[in-house]
Design a protein around this ligand. Structure first.
Ligand code: ATP
Ligand code: ZN
Ligand code: MG
Length: 302
């Protein structure tokens, strides 16, 4: 049995994660949720004075916006779509027959207008674009959403449905890269306050296929993505618990996000992987919150 399996098994045994029979799809205990809630309050405290506009979207988004985002060009392997039965009574009879004999009943399911949200910021860009030009001060948004990625794994830190807390900044290049740097510094400080050792490294997204290799190299060469890494299931391959992304003017151009003077907005987003942060805390301080170091408990619960 490898390390990953055993950490997952220990989380199941402790009741912190609840097995559903699907890798990467877990229930969470009240204790696990309390840790996430406490960490989110810490995020609120650190980011609160910035005056971000909070918005909460459900974990499904408008399929037309998803299509326009280009997600299927870059990450078709991760996407999840919502399909429903849209047939007649006759179709229903054959559907039930299909299920009865154990044949594939999902073939007749039709795509709905909803897809599962792949990252918390995806529904934001078209929403903000609809408002017209951004004010002089740019835009700053506070988001949290369940996100779906089809990447089943025995690693408890790689889930298929997980929560991402994000801040998204829109403005000039300098404005949004300053924002990104500020959150890298804050991220390191916050993790230190809860007793977690971190490293920051350049990263790339898992772009699909051979053409994706070039996109990934380009992303690295231009320092567009950084990750804050914490060892969870492997010391050699620490886990990304936060990401810091600079999109240049790509999203601004795609969605028609303009500044007050009509120029195209640059955008950046920082994401906290909430389950990963909770798992890092349980991994480093133990599965029983009551035994965590006093300074860590104080940072989380005052
Ligand atoms: P990884 O490199 O581990 O696949 P990522 O770079 O794809 O992560 P992002 O797309 O930047 O991650 O997502 C923002 C944050 O969401 C990450 O920093 C991470 O903390 C969290 N996250 C991403 N994928 C998962 C997942 N499958 N399960 C849990 N958390 C995740
Ligand atoms: Zn984002
Ligand atoms: Mg990933």
């Amino acid at each position: 049995m490898d390390m990953q399996t055993s950490f997952l098994d220990r989380l199941f045994e402790a009741g912190l994660l609840i097995d559903t029979g699907i890798d990467g799809l877990y229930g969470r205990s009240g204790q696990f949720e309390e840790v996430i809630a406490a960490f989110e309050r810490l995020i609120d405290k650190v980011g609160g004075a910035d005056g971000a506009e909070a918005m909460r979207f459900p974990p499904g988004m408008n399929r037309a916006f998803f299509e326009k985002s280009g997600y299927m060009k870059s990450f078709p392997q991760l996407a999840g779509t919502v399909h429903s039965f849209c047939g007649s009574e006759l179709d229903h009879v054959s559907l039930l027959q299909c299920m009865e004999v154990g044949e594939d009943w999902t073939k007749g399911q039709e795509a709905t207008d909803i897809v599962l949200t792949p990252a918390a910021c995806y529904p934001l860009y078209p929403t903000v674009a609809k408002r017209g030009n951004l004010p002089k001060t740019g835009g700053l948004f506070d988001l949290q959403s369940y996100c779906f990625r089809h990447e089943p794994s025995k690693d408890p830190a790689r889930q298929q449905l997980f929560r991402m807390r994000e801040y998204v900044c829109m403005g000039t290049e300098e404005h949004v890269t300053d924002f990104r740097q500020r959150w890298m510094d804050r991220g390191v400080e916050m993790m230190k306050a809860v007793g977690l050792e971190v490293t920051i490294d350049i990263a790339n997204d898992p772009f699909f296929g051979r053409a994706g290799k070039m996109l990934a190299n380009n992303q690295r060469d231009q320092n567009l993505k950084f990750e804050l890494l914490i060892p969870i299931t492997s010391a050699a391959n620490p886990t990304a618990c936060m990401s810091f992304n600079y999109h240049q003017d790509a999203f601004g151009t795609k969605w028609g996000l303009n500044l007050e003077d009509g120029s195209v907005a640059h955008t950046a987003c920082v994401g906290f992987g909430l389950e990963r942060i909770a798992l890092a805390l349980f991994h480093h301080h133990g599965l029983d919150v009551k035994t965590w170091p006093a300074n860590v408990r104080k940072a989380l619960w005052g």
